[in-house]
Write a protein that binds this ligand. Structure first.
Ligand SMILES: [Zn+2]
Length: 470
């Protein structure tokens, strides 16, 4: 996420004030390499074969404000459990005040006993929906659960869900499976900060959207052409083999398609009167992919879809999709960087928000040296880069420390270690932890042979002693 106006505020405040050893061990999908072992795989890790399978079926009503749907989840835990926990992001403090709300209307499943809401510091009916099973699932055994839901979209704002009566968008719009492989259910509370707090596994995902026929749907995944209009509606489908979450936008978009030299299909859509053409946004997107691939390796997805929304200031990343709410190239670079840092290399956005936000901001700085110069003074800001979302008193402190100081610390660590060695180590981290949930210790393990970089990140309190390789 890039909260653009907030970043400007934080920047104003700031002005005042290689992977040199290799092992041949490839991390098994879903498992962590032991601390202190630099697992630099010869090829990037593949998505876990037993990852969840998620099918989302959305229907956007003609009022463009009501989305009804069904979610089908096949879940195979890697630890024993007798429940399924879903995060209801639309009821969180970013969205609920604008009138957004998600309810679960029906619950089905052979093993299901009952479902209940849990407040989790969100608006009614609650921030989590917990499904009790009638028996414990052993590790490696599967269950299928189906939930019907109703999503009401609030007024358009800089948020992941909303409508302005012309275009509607919903991301994290369905109950989100909150499982962290190797750890268990993520039950983190919502916090009153402009940022994500989810922790979700990469799932084999299919999406189906029924929308009024005059609208174009732009969403996560490799999209098939829509069905012909019937009864005033068209149905759009997509597939994404490893998606932590899903974004959908439906509006009178004009879309263009481009293919990068590596075969990534980029689709960008703009609204009438947007002031910037879809081809211009496509050019920014393909350039960002090329620039970032040169630093962090191959783009993670087959496709990338960018929906340019009205200018609410900023951008929000989703797997293979971006809700771009600001016609700015630098914002787009940040969101494209999130395809590696969040989309592919997952993190607990509550526990370790810097693992995606500091890296995405750092990536912006590598592509735009002007932004690097502006960020560097942030290294002197007070506060621990590695704090959880509950550790920040307000948005300004959060953005200054996690985005600003976090990115400045990564730039300083790169300077200290040498850019070639640092970039190689980061690629080791990315390839070893692809499609999993990474931790600061995983990053520290990849930097084990770069003590100067570890020292910089420890002084910025991005890493602490427990994270360091032994
Ligand atoms: Zn971000």
């Amino acid at each position: 996420m890039t909260p653009r106006r907030l970043l400007a505020l934080a920047a104003a405040g700031l002005l005042l004030a290689g992977c040199t050893s290799f092992t041949t061990t490839v991390a098994a999908p879903g498992s962590s390499p032991p601390l202190g072992v630099v697992a630099c795989p010869p090829v990037r890790a593949r998505p876990a074969p037993d990852r969840p399978v998620v099918a989302l079926d959305f229907r956007l009503a003609d009022d463009l404000r009501t989305v009804t749907g069904t979610e089908t989840v096949t879940f195979t835990p890697d630890l024993p459990t007798d429940e399924l926990v879903f995060r209801l992001v639309p009821n969180g403090p970013d969205s609920a005040p604008a009138g957004t709300r998600l309810t679960v209307d029906a619950l089905r499943g052979f093993d299901v006993r009952a479902g209940r809401y849990v407040a989790a510091a969100a608006a009614p009916p609650g921030g989590r929906y917990e499904v009790a099973l009638d028996h414990a699932l052993r590790s490696g055994t599967s269950t299928e659960v189906q939930l019907d839901f109703t999503l009401t979209l609030g007024s358009g704002a800089f948020d992941r869900l909303g409508t302005d009566g012309r275009v509607s968008w919903w991301a994290s719009g369905a109950p989100l499976l909150a499982w962290e492989p190797g750890v268990g259910w993520a039950r983190d509370p919502f916090v009153a900060l402009l940022g994500e707090t989810a922790d979700s596994p990469a799932a084999d995902t299919t999406v189906r959207v029924s929308a009024p026929a005059q609208l174009t749907v732009l969403m996560t995944g490799d999209q098939a052409p829509p069905t012909p209009a019937r009864n005033g509606r068209r149905t759009w489908t997509s597939t994404e083999p490893a998606a932590r979450d899903v974004s959908v936008a439906a509006g009178p978009f004009t879309a263009v398609e481009r293919t990068t030299p590596d075969g990534v299909r980029v689709t960008t859509g703009v609204l009438p009167g947007s002031g910037v053409g879809a081809g211009v946004v496509a050019g920014w997107t393909t350039a960002a992919i090329a620039d970032l691939e040169a630093i962090v390796g191959a783009f993670p997805y087959r496709t990338l879809t960018v929906a340019l929304l009205p200018d609410y200031g900023g951008g929000i990343e989703y797997p293979s999709a971006i809700l771009e709410a600001s016609p700015e190239r630098s914002v787009l670079v940040h969101e494209v960087a999130h395809m590696w840092f969040y989309g592919m290399v997952g993190n607990s956005q509550f526990r370790d928000p810097w693992l995606d936000e500091a890296f995405a901001t750092y990536a912006e700085a590598l592509v735009d040296p002007g932004s690097a110069a502006r960020l560097r003074p942030a290294l002197d800001a007070a506060g621990a880069v590695g704090a959880p979302m509950s550790g920040f008193p307000d948005n300004r402190t959060y953005v200054t420390v996690v985005y600003g100081k976090g990115a400045a610390a990564l730039l300083a660590a790169r300077d200290a270690a040498g850019s070639r060695a640092f970039d190689a180590a980061v690629r080791c981290y990315v390839d070893a932890r692809a499609w999993q949930i990474a931790t600061p210790a995983d990053l520290a393990a990849a930097l084990a042979d770069l003590p100067r970089a570890l020292d910089v990140l420890t002084r910025a309190r991005a890493l602490d002693a427990a994270d360091l390789p032994r």
